[in-house]
Design a protein around this ligand. Structure first.
Ligand SMILES: Nc1ncnc2c1ncn2[C@@H]1O[C@H](COP(=O)(O)OP(=O)(O)OP(=O)(O)O)[C@@H](O)[C@H]1O
Length: 335
């Protein structure tokens, strides 16, 4: 990959985990009757340290968004724990989520248009944040804070304030949402495909902005993406998911420069190279979805060129093969 990455903030002190996900599982059922189990997230564990940017990478359907929604408690886990600052947030009631948790954990999603009411000026987007988390801020200070937050994401307040969503571009709207999420200086930002709709140069600006914000306020970011290059550019650590399971994770440099899992290797080989012209090689058919979740072993086995008997019958565990580099593959001794 040719992308260069901004240097990791050197001043960040990483004491302990901010977020610890333990054996997290979410099972959906497809259809009302006679459906099959979709193990969208299947017993995954990982941590996010204070000030760490972690990419959650995988193809469509790998379970990335479900993980984000579970951490945001927009979904209830089937089993497992989500510890935030040591407390299991799956046990928080609605009041605690609203008054405490969402003060510290904010999110930005893919489609900025969906987050704005087309009938209201964009300024209204900030109302809920002030009402919920900053109720004592006076009108004048509030206006200053909004202007400051907008400037922080590279917007000129006079160009966007008082406008309706249809009068602004997707990039401007997404920056406004990021400004809103960062206004309360959250400890964790969940950015789910948050830059996918932006054009290439705006995308890099917004990524740099997330990096700057982390450096300034030690905010951790869970960066959910299907785009390996973006994940590489921004993150300290990378988690590769396949069909609800983590197949590889660790320090971003190690995962990208020494990929071990056949799935990670395949993903990296699929990144288009600017010097190579497109050539159609056919599309590999995926195993039928319901059948994939019934595989007792590695979910990637049916697609894996190196799979052998054991891969279909025994689920490989994540093993640390070098410092801060984990892989779940029988080729590396996982049981
Ligand atoms: N509410 C739901 N009911 C039933 N199945 C669901 C539900 N939400 C997600 N799924 C299924 O769970 C699996 C994982 O979905 P998820 O959206 O988490 O994947 P993803 O990696 O984020 O994919 P994408 O990049 O396409 O958003 C998919 O098979 C999806 O169809």
């Amino acid at each position: 990959m040719t992308t260069t990455r901004p240097a990791t903030s050197s001043g960040v002190i990483r004491v302990s985990e901010l977020l610890k996900v333990e054996n997290l599982t979410k099972v959906f059922t497809s259809g009302l009757t006679g459906g099959y189990e979709i193990r969208a997230v299947d017993g995954i564990s990982f941590t996010v340290k204070p000030g760490e940017i972690v990419s959650l990478v995988g193809e469509s359907g790998s379970g990335k968004t479900t993980v984000g929604k579970l951490i945001l408690r927009l979904l209830t886990p089937t089993s497992g724990r989500i510890l935030f600052e040591g407390e299991d947030i799956t046990e928080f009631d609605k009041k605690r989520l609203k008054t405490e948790y969402y003060r510290k954990v904010q999110a930005v999603f893919q489609d900025p248009f969906a987050s704005f009411n087309p009938l209201h000026e964009i300024d209204r987007a900030f109302d809920l944040v002030f009402r919920s988390f900053l109720p004592n801020v006076g009108k004048e200070e509030r206006e200053e804070m909004i202007d400051h937050a907008l400037e922080g994401v590279g917007l000129n307040p006079s160009e966007v304030r008082g406008k309706f969503p249809h009068q602004l571009s997707g990039g401007q709207l997404q920056r406004i949402l990021i400004a809103r999420a960062l206004l309360v200086r959250p400890k964790l930002l969940i950015a789910d495909e948050a830059v996918s709709m932006l054009d290439a140069s705006t995308r890099i600006d917004v990524l740099n902005l997330l990096g700057d914000f982390r450096d300034k306020y030690n905010t951790s970011v869970l960066f959910v993406t299907h785009d390996l290059a973006l994940g590489y550019y921004i993150s300290d650590s990378t988690i590769i998911m396949y069909r609800g399971t983590i197949v590889e994770m660790g320090d971003t440099e190690r995962v990208f420069h020494n990929p071990l899992h056949p799935y990670t290797k395949m993903l990296l080989e699929s990144v288009p190279d600017i010097n190579v012209k497109w050539e159609f090689k056919g599309i590999e058919p995926e195993k039928e979805e319901g059948a994939v979740y019934q595989i007792k072993g590695c979910r990637y086995a049916p697609r894996c060129p190196l799979a052998y008997d054991k891969c279909f019958s025994v689920r490989p565990e994540l093993v640390e093969v070098e410092k801060d580099h984990w892989v779940a593959c029988h080729l590396y001794g996982g049981e």
